[in-house]
Design a protein around this ligand. Sequence first.
Ligand code: G3P
Length: 217
Amino acid sequence: MQFFLDSADVDVIKKLALTGLVDGVTTNPSLVLQSGWSFEEALREICAAVEGPVSAEVVAADFEGIVKEGLHLAKIANNIVVKVPLTFDGLKACQVFCVEEIPVNVTLCFSASQALMAAKAGATFISPFIGRLDDAGHDGLHLIHEIAQIYRQFDFETQILAASIRHPLHVIEAAKLGCDAATIPPKIFEQLIKHPLTDKGLENFTKDWAKTGQKIL
Ligand code: G3P
C-alpha cells in the first residue's frame, strides 16, 4: 500500500520524506491556502523532495480550462499527477490527459457510480473522500468496499486512493479493504507509528541497559 502525504506544507513534507516511508503527495487549493506557499513554488519543492506521484489540482471548471491548466501543471516536474474534479468536464479532460500519457487523480468522489465513471475515463487514481462522507452521516469505508468490488470485477487499472482520512483506523480499514494508496494528513501519518507500550518498553530497556554498565560500541 502506498502512503501519500495530504499536505502542501513543504517543510513538513521534506521532514517526513526523510523517513523513507512517503510514496507521494496530494495537494488541493485548501491545503495550498493553509500552507501559505505559492502553488508552483511548493510543487517544485515537493516534486524534488518526493520521488513518487505529486497531485496538483486544477481550479478551472470547464473542459478547455482544465486541459490548459493540467498541461501547464504537468510540465512542472515529471512526477506531477494532474488532479481533476469528478464532473463531465473533468472526466473529458482526463481522457485527453490519458492520450498525452499524463497521470490523473480524479478527486471529490462520493459514490460508487462516480468511481465507475472515473475508471471508464482512464483515471490513474480515484479519490473517495471517506472522512467527509462520515462527517455527513454516511459510511466512507463502505464506499471503498464498493469501489474495490467493482474495480476487481472488471479489472480496471484505476488505483483506489483513500482520501479525507480522519484517523489511523481509516488507514488500517482502507488497507484491509485492499486500497492501493491512502493520502494521509501529516499529523495522522505520525500517529500511525505511535503506541504508548512501545514508548514505555523502550524507556525500560534503556534504563535496564544503563544498569548493566555495558556498551555495544
Ligand atoms: O486530498 C483531499 C482530501 O484528502 C481532503 O480531506 O480533510 O479536507 O476532507 P479533508
